[in-house]
Write a protein that binds this ligand. Structure first.
Ligand SMILES: NC(=O)c1ccc[n+]([C@@H]2O[C@H](COP(=O)([O-])OP(=O)(O)OC[C@H]3O[C@@H](n4cnc5c(N)ncnc54)[C@H](O)[C@@H]3O)[C@@H](O)[C@H]2O)c1
Length: 236
């Protein structure tokens, strides 16, 4: 089967490797889609991840289909579509330095258990949408750590996939006013389309002045300078 490896600084190769075999406690996945993350760019530029530098399999934003279920595994069926927690594998991270990557044709999930490494999703979700599960989970995790309260005023720096995912997450958790800041106007237009209350182009606008306009001035505290009354900041 084919797999995508980082083979050195700036070097990526498609290689033929052995198809993995599933044991009685394992599930075999046929990979159907995988995002390419900003972190993959970093892995490529440094030649892979130690101790697998020079031979690091890529792909940690995957979605796949179950093609084999071990005799002792419960809760999965052949044909199930799944999203994948790449950090929950028992034999190393998937696509971030472990021996397998989401850009393999097949991936074996050792000691597979529902809700542990895999979650079954409806079959009508397109593969490229299912593969967004991992970056959107990253974005939602950022929002969860912020613990926004209903009505909070939030600023998100960066309107890439993670910033836009954080925007969706913040709105879904009841944030009252979300401002997205970026230098790329096209990305800010997307932020507005998917629910940002306002955007700031930091290449052309004064961020602090605009935030004071949008979120008002904070009262109290020891600072003499005007400070925006923003409740939470996310750096994406
Ligand atoms: N699996 C993971 O853990 C995971 C997944 C995806 C992304 N990430 C990380 O999350 C971060 C964001 O990812 P992304 O894919 O959205 O990146 P991205 O590069 O697509 O988006 C970042 C955005 O920030 C904007 N930006 C840069 N400097 C800015 C500044 N000074 N002020 C305002 N905006 C600025 C850029 O114009 C860009 O639109 C990255 O660090 C990435 O490595 C982690």
């Amino acid at each position: 089967m084919r797999s995508v490896f980082v083979t050195g600084p700036g070097s990526v190769e498609v290689r033929e490797i052995e198809k993995p075999e599933a044991g009685p406690r394992d599930v075999l996945l046929r990979m159907r889609a995988s995002g390419i993350c900003g972190s993959d760019h970093m892995y490529i530029s440094v030649g892979g991840i130690p101790p697998n530098q020079g031979r690091t399999p890529l792909g940690h934003e995957p979605a796949g289909e179950i093609v084999e279920v071990g005799a002792e595994v419960t809760g999965f069926q052949v044909g199930d579509h799944v999203v994948i927690d790449t950090m929950a594998f028992t034999d190393g991270l998937l696509g971030s330095g472990g021996d397998q990557g989401g850009l393999n044709e097949y991936v074996v999930v050792r000691d597979a258990a529902p809700g542990r490494q895999l979650r079954v999703i409806p079959r009508d979700i397109p593969w490229e949408v299912a593969a967004l599960n991992e970056p959107m989970a990253v974005a939602l995790h950022a929002v969860n750590r912020l613990e926004p309260k209903t009505g909070d005023k939030i600023v998100i720096f960066g309107a890439g996939p993670i910033g836009l995912g954080a925007l969706l997450g913040a709105k879904s958790k009841g944030a009252g006013h979300v401002v997205v800041v970026d230098l790329q106007q096209e990305r800010l237009e997307t932020a507005l389309r998917i629910g940002a209350d306002a955007v700031i182009n930091s290449a052309t606008e004064d961020v602090k002045e605009r935030l004071l306009e949008l979120h008002g001035r904070s009262v109290g505290g020891f600072l003499r300078d005007a400070r925006p009354d923003t409740d939470g900041y996310i750096d994406a």
